[in-house]
Design a protein around this ligand. Structure first.
Ligand SMILES: *[C@@H]1O[C@H](CO)[C@@H](O)[C@H](O)[C@H]1NC(C)=O
Ligand SMILES: *[C@@H]1O[C@H](CO)[C@@H](O)[C@H](O)[C@H]1NC(C)=O
Ligand SMILES: *[C@@H]1O[C@H](CO)[C@@H](O)[C@H](O)[C@H]1NC(C)=O
Ligand SMILES: *[C@@H]1O[C@H](CO)[C@@H](O)[C@H](O)[C@H]1NC(C)=O
Ligand SMILES: *[C@@H]1O[C@H](CO)[C@@H](O)[C@H](O)[C@H]1NC(C)=O
Ligand SMILES: *[C@@H]1O[C@H](CO)[C@@H](O)[C@H](O)[C@H]1NC(C)=O
Ligand SMILES: *[C@@H]1O[C@H](CO)[C@@H](O)[C@H](O)[C@H]1NC(C)=O
Length: 679
């Protein structure tokens, strides 16, 4: 009825319309497109105001959000921003609008993947899908759309890499990818790009050259991206550009005259002689003489500066060869890596820069990298943060560290100090840390660390520490199992690393560093001492004995968040209950005949973790006591916990003795070899 009324009484209106549209009333987009649109809308929940309808014979071109081309023969644009669309775009719907130039579905609640039949929208120029909840990889159906000029995928849940095929979008002027979870590297994208944003994704790698012109805000929030407007790519180094720090060689020139002066003086003397001769021969050669004088400043150039300064800090006279290594090149000014004496390395900053690096660990004083140089040399580079001391103080501490030489101490090899970077290079010990050995992949087919190995580690670690204390007069300050490195995969000889760095950080940072190992008094005094080292070492012994990590977080990054157990208190409480055997690592209970040694080592450990610093033994004494245990001699350190350490006879470990058939002789054989290392 309504239809009949319309057609009959609005003839005038129709005439008007017809005159306006020039007989194009009957021209309609193909039924295919109408059906595609209706199919889309019927499958996608939406707000009611989108009243597209098949029994409403108004033209498709007048539907909300739709624009047709000039002769109304096809749908050119579909814009439904904020239309309350919810859920995935059904396939075989929008992909059939083959003449579409503009598609905007922004600010809805569309989700799921973009249908692959979008690849049929070959004429599409603008695609706006931002502010939805689309997920999945970079839409494969969009990649082939070679005519795209604007693409906005921002604020969705897209993941995965951005395909290199986007290079093919030669007409692209705007690309918005921000606020997704795209990962991997950024491909280089059309040079015509005017607007670009890839911030807040998980992209990594270096920013391609043709995108470097965009501001840092276009890349922010991608922790792995580097280069261009962002900090340079090398994990531990700014590129050695002529930056503020290159001024240094100039004032170094005056400092370092000792060797250079001799060269200068001799060269000067020869020149002077020549000049005299020349003067005698002919006054007209004055010009020549001046030329030679001008040449004379040239030789000293490679001599002073970084080259001479990078002589080992402990000032031994044997360093001439290293001068060549570190400073002989034309890059001498940039090359300020200072090597300690006795090093075997021949690389420079440039090499370190090019090295492939892998993060070994993040600590509160900085990040450690394993750097593999191009020639295969592997070193550990520690990038120190929050260094508070001046360059001079830093160098003085380095001088102390550089002198330490002991089989059970991992040597530092070189350092670098500039305003922005403080690096410490040390040897790379391949066999891993005690922490990894003790706590890594427990139970999953790993070889348990046997008693003799643990004794050997305890003994060699103690020796390394004792050497630091006696010869170096240097508290370690950061004893924890991840800083105890194993020298060989099989002979369990340990080496201590990461020592003597506390003075570089002032008094605020250090005490919080090694929560589980920290002596109680350090919390107040904020100073590490020999005695606080002894405490930490005691905790380390308890860790060896119990197999428990005093600070679970010591394997990871944050030390403060550590919810580790207080090993000394835990052991004390268990021992007080006369359950001594309960404290030992279950992996040790498979061995027979070592309980006595275990109890002895436990006594030494408990002596070390005495609350009052003065009651703790000296490190040298600890070495002696451990070696006595090794030799099977009975040593009874004076401890307050003596009584509790007696094993009760109904000890569960004793009971199992009879059943287990481990050959006892084997485990007794090796302690001699460990004590053979004794100096
Ligand atoms: C609209 O539909 C009615 C019947 O539903 C039909 O009579 C009429 O001709 C249609 N008008 C146009 C312009 O197609
Ligand atoms: C089409 O139908 C809707 C209701 O379904 C109505 O509101 C609208 O006015 C109709 N359009 C025309 C041109 O008749
Ligand atoms: C694209 O269109 C062609 C015909 O134009 C059709 O055969 C094909 O199935 C369509 N592709 C998709 C993915 O829908
Ligand atoms: C998509 O992102 C929203 C937050 O924007 C989040 O709540 C949701 O879990 C994400 N969905 C998927 C599948 O990642
Ligand atoms: C880029 O486009 C060319 C042709 O225009 C095509 O041959 C090539 O496969 C495309 N590259 C990618 C990665 O799609
Ligand atoms: C980027 O991250 C992936 C894994 O997330 C990694 O495999 C790749 O090596 C990283 N690339 C760079 C250059 O860091
Ligand atoms: C990129 O997007 C982020 C997040 O929306 C915004 O903060 C930043 O200003 C944008 N950068 C540019 C260059 O538009």
């Amino acid at each position: 009825m309504a239809g009949g009324f319309d057609s009959g009484s609005t003839l005038l209106a129709w005439l008007l319309l017809a005159s306006l549209l020039v007989a194009s009333v009957t021209a309609e987009p193909p039924e295919e497109e109408k059906q595609a649109l209706l199919s889309f809308l019927s499958q996608v929940p939406h707000e009611n105001r989108l009243q597209w309808s098949s029994n409403n014979n108004s033209s498709v071109c007048s539907w909300v959000g739709i624009e047709c081309d000039a002769d109304r023969s096809s749908v050119h644009s579909l814009r439904l921003p904020g239309a309350g669309l919810v859920g995935p775009i059904p396939p075989e719907t929008l992909g059939r609008l083959s003449q579409l130039r503009v598609l905007s579905l922004r600010s809805n609640r569309l989700s799921g993947e973009i249908p692959s039949d979008f690849s049929n929208l070959t004429l599409l120029r603008s695609l706006y899908l931002q502010n939805n909840a689309f997920s999945g990889g970079f839409p494969a159906g969009v990649t082939p759309l070679a005519r795209l000029a604007r693409l906005d995928l921002s604020s969705n849940n897209f993941t995965g890499p951005i395909p290199f095929a986007v290079n093919n979008w030669t007409r692209l002027t705007g690309l918005f990818l921000e606020n997704n979870a795209f990962s991997g590297p950024l491909p280089s994208i059309s040079a015509n790009l005017v607007d670009f944003n890839a911030s807040n994704n998980r992209l990594n790698g270096s920013i391609p050259r043709n995108l470097q012109r965009f501001s840092a805000a276009a890349f922010a929030g991608n922790l792995g991206l580097c280069g261009g407007p962002l900090p340079p790519c090398n994990p531990f180094f700014p590129p050695p550009s002529p930056s503020p720090s290159t001024i240094q060689p100039i004032h170094k020139k005056s400092k370092k005259l000792s060797t250079a002066a001799i060269v200068l003086i001799s060269v000067g003397a020869v020149l002077a002689l020549l000049i005299l001769l020349l003067l005698l021969f002919c006054c007209l050669r004055r010009k020549q003489r001046q030329q030679q004088q001008q040449q004379s400043p040239k030789p000293p150039k490679p001599v002073p500066g970084a080259a001479a300064r990078s002589v080992p800090v402990d000032a031994a006279g044997t360093s001439s060869s290293k001068d060549d290594i570190t400073g002989g090149s034309a890059d001498a000014e940039r090359n300020k890596l200072v090597f300690f004496d006795g090093g075997v390395y021949s690389f420079d900053l440039e090499d370190l820069l090019r090295a492939s690096a892998e993060v070994l660990g993040k600590g509160s004083v900085g990040t450690s990298y394993k750097a593999v140089l191009e020639d295969g040399t592997t070193v550990v580079v520690k990038r120190l943060k929050d260094v508070v001391v001046t360059k001079k103080e830093f160098e003085m501490q380095m001088e102390v560290l550089g002198k330490v030489r002991h089989d059970n101490v991992v040597p530092f090899r070189a350092f670098y100090f500039s305003r922005d970077e403080k690096l410490l290079v040390s040897e790379y010990v391949a066999a891993g840390s005690l922490s990894a050995l003790l706590h890594g992949s427990r139970g999953s087919g790993r070889t348990p660390l046997d008693w003799n190995s643990r004794m050997s580690i305890a003994s060699t670690t103690a020796k390394g520490l004792a050497h630091l204390h006696s010869a170096g007069k240097l508290p370690h300050g950061n004893i924890k199992s991840s800083n105890i490195l194993l020298l060989h995969a099989h002979h369990h000889e340990a080496s201590v690393s990461d020592y003597g760095l506390n003075p570089l950080f002032g008094t605020t940072a250090p005490p919080s560093r090694v929560a589980g190992y920290r002596a109680p008094e350090v919390l107040e005094t904020r100073k590490v001492t020999f005695k606080s080292d002894v405490y930490s070492f005691g905790v380390l012994l308890l860790e060896l004995l119990t197999g428990k990590a005093p600070n679970q977080a010591s394997l990871g990054a944050g030390d403060e968040s550590a919810a580790g157990i207080d090993l000394p208190r835990w052991v004390q409480s268990v021992v007080r209950e006369e359950w001594t055997a309960e404290v030992f690592d279950v992996e040790l209970m498979r061995h027979n005949n070592v309980e006595e040694e275990m109890v002895q080592l436990l006594q030494i450990a408990m002596a070390c973790v005495a609350t009052v610093p003065d009651q703790r033994p000296e490190m040298a004494e600890v070495v002696r006591m451990i070696d006595e245990v090794n030799r099977g001699e009975v040593s009874t350190p004076t401890t307050t916990t003596d009584d509790g350490l007696r094993q009760s006879s109904d000890d569960p470990s004793k009971g199992s003795d009879g059943q287990t058939q481990t050959p006892p002789a084997e485990s007794r054989a090796t302690p001699g070899s460990a004590s053979a290392v004794t100096p």
